[in-house]
Design a protein around this ligand. Structure first.
Ligand code: NDP
Length: 478
């Protein structure tokens, strides 16, 4: 039989995805640049379902039923372009070419336009969940034409994760929308991980608890509103004992956080769009600071001064609860900012993105999966008028409102006793900025008008004005 779906690029992600299709009953065509990987997949996992392996791209394309549906799972960047070019020569109008790699959304927009000229549907598709997700059910964020989703959607929905019977896959929007949303998903993941790391640091250095004790606290937190994959694995990582030293695993790991670039893309894009995603930016910068090895070593040598006193904690249970509430409030802000970026991207690039649906497909399969996402879906699905910020949805306004005391205590204490909490602190600063009736931006406008005649607007009447600062300082309309 002709294959219903094809996968080219059979490294970890591609082979697991191909197995997922086969296990779900789809006849799956498989192909890889070097044939060895194709052979290995067929030998080791041929029993998963019906595979059709091909050595050449031409045979691979010929093995698929039309309109063909091919998922590319190769290295992002140049390799993806090379594979697209090769396949485009072999495909026919109406065929669907899916890029499931971590492409930059702007590359996807370019590729979609080029393929559209040939009559080929190009679908930039975000896939989250790592290796395990690819095999057992990822969260899938496809862009591309609505028409392509009619035949591709049901196949992707079937292999995606499911929560409460609903697939974690939906058509996000045209051309680069899927990769854009996947990018912001990763940015939010950075922010969430940073906030969790700060909570750990507060409990470790602030309260003097051991990793094992903190593991128990996170396991407990995972039963409440913070219930999520990231909190769950945090408990497991903290509970891990190093076999060599017999000490906590977290203490023998070099404190240098790596990154592959999607967090940076999220922040760069946000800067271009003018959206303040301070939580994501602080998370990227915090990883950057951790990597400044020479400077950090020099700082130890110089002995940069800090506060003298230790955090005086009277009631440990109260302190732990305070950190939990501050973490939750900061997390809400980080997600609100990420959703703002999606909304701004949608406006800029003409995508019709349903934020409630985005939160719904993030509930399973992906790294930021969390019970809390149900609340976000509700926030966008139940109100006729979509909130301008997640923070204005009643549930979240109330949650943040109830967090005021603990949130401020944690941020103030962290500053007082010298524990860096850029995520917690920037979230609170953003929140206070957003709710301020007047911002000192008025003064900045005055400064800009003074040194650059950049003009300003008045609160009491229409028009654009300028003060003759180097003259008689009278106001003129410009
Ligand atoms: P890699 O990113 O390591 O890519 C390896 C694959 O790319 C191999 O199949 C390789 O073929 C192929 N390849 C490289 N260069 C070329 C080329 N010029 N022409 C044709 N094929 C080429 O594989 P992963 O499975 O880790 O990831 C695949 C994609 O999925 C990437 O875009 C990645 O960003 C994305 N992704 C990865 C996740 C993860 O957790 N790893 C999660 C979500 C997305 P060959 O065997 O012949 O060398």
């Amino acid at each position: 039989p002709k294959a219903e779906i094809g996968v080219t690029g059979l490294a970890v992600m591609g082979s697991n995805l191909a197995r997922n299709f086969a296990r779900n009953g789809f006849v799956t065509a498989v192909h890889n640049r070097s044939y060895a990987k194709t052979q290995a997949l067929l030998e080791e996992h041929g029993g998963d379902g019906t595979f059709v392996g091909s050595e050449s791209a031409a045979d691979f394309v010929a093995s698929l039923a039309t309109p063909r549906k091919i998922i590319i799972m190769v290295k992002a960047g140049g390799p993806t372009d090379a594979v697209i070019d090769e396949l485009a020569e072999l495909l026919e109008p109406g065929d669907i070419l899916v890029d499931g790699g971590n492409a930059k959304f702007s590359d996807t927009i370019r590729r979609e336009a080029a393929m559209r000229e040939k009559g080929i549907h190009f679908v930039g598709c975000g896939i989250s969940g790592g290796e395990e997700g690819a095999l057992l059910g990822p969260s899938i964020m496809p862009g591309g034409s609505k028409q392509s989703y009619e035949s591709l959607g049901p196949i992707l929905e079937k292999i995606s994760a499911h929560v409460d019977g609903a697939p974690c896959c939906t058509h996000i929007g045209t051309d680069g929308a899927g990769h854009f949303v996947k990018m912001v998903h990763n940015g939010i993941e950075y922010a969430d991980m940073q906030l969790i790391a700060e909570a750990y640091d507060l409990l470790r250095r602030g309260a003097g608890l051991s990793p094992a004790q903190i593991a128990d606290i996170f396991a407990e937190w995972n039963k409440g509103e913070l219930d999520s994959f990231l909190i769950e694995i945090t408990a497991q990582v903290l509970a891990q004992v190093d076999a060599t030293t017999g000490g906590p695993f977290v203490d023998i790991v070099k404190d240098v956080a790596g990154m592959k670039g999607t967090g940076t893309w999220t922040v760069q894009t946000a800067l271009d769009l003018g959206v303040p995603v301070s939580g994501i930016a602080e998370a990227v910068f915090a990883r950057g600071l951790s990597s400044q090895g020479e400077q950090r070593a020099a700082a130890q040598q110089v002995g940069l001064p800090g506060p003298q006193e230790q955090w005086p904690i009277e009631d440990l249970d109260v302190f732990v609860a305070t950190v939990r509430v501050a973490l939750y409030a900061s997390k809400i802000v980080a997600y609100a900012q990420g959703l703002d970026e999606i909304q701004a991207g949608a406006k800029e690039y003409g995508w019709d993105i349903d934020l409630g649906a985005v939160a719904r497909i993030w509930r399973g399969g992906c790294i930021i999966r969390a019970v809390f996402l149900n609340r976000i879906t509700e926030a966008y699905d139940t109100t006729a008028e979509k909130p301008l910020s997640l923070l204005f949805a009643p549930y979240f306004t109330e949650a943040i409102g109830g967090a005021q005391g603990p949130w401020r205590d944690v941020v103030a204490g962290a500053a007082r006793y010298g524990i860096p909490t850029p995520g917690f602190s920037s979230a609170l600063a953003y929140y206070d900025g957003l709710r301020a009736e007047r911002l000192p931006a008025a003064l900045i406008q005055g400064q800009r008008d003074f040194f650059g005649a950049h003009t300003y607007q008045r609160t009491d009447k229409e028009g654009t004005y300028h003060v003759l600062w180097s003259g008689d300082r009278s106001e003129v309309q410009s």
